[in-house]
Design a protein around this ligand. Sequence first.
Ligand SMILES: [Cu+2]
Length: 146
Amino acid sequence: MRMMALAPVVMMVAACSGAPQTPVAGDAYVRLAAVPGRPAAGYAVLHGGAKDSALVQITAPGVARIELHNSRMTGNGMMAMDAVKALPVPRAGTVTLAPGGYHAMLFGVPAGVTPGTKLPLTFRFDDGTAVEVPATVIGAGEAAPE
Ligand SMILES: [Cu+2]
């Protein structure tokens, strides 16, 4: 039991090896909405640099607006989302944007962004770092890419 609980932690440390000086983003993917015209959701893994920082903006070519959201359960078991201005990324820490938690909400996704394409997401941090990551685009019902 204890060994199984430890395994994911070890994997995250390995993925963060090399101790970046500035924040890094990776493993990005975008899940399109089931209904055309509805916002898509963006996910990624962020690694902190040598200092505490915060993710303050995500942009993508052709996408009208991208908001940072956090999902939470309401008292009556419904999922609600709050917009967040900045997502703290601790020094040498890992922050995962994933279904049910922090995510990007992409409004006005161009028609050419379809499953199987790549959408470059630019992650901007409060220290001025900007990281462009090619996000894998998947359909509404598809599993997250490995
Ligand atoms: Cu959202």
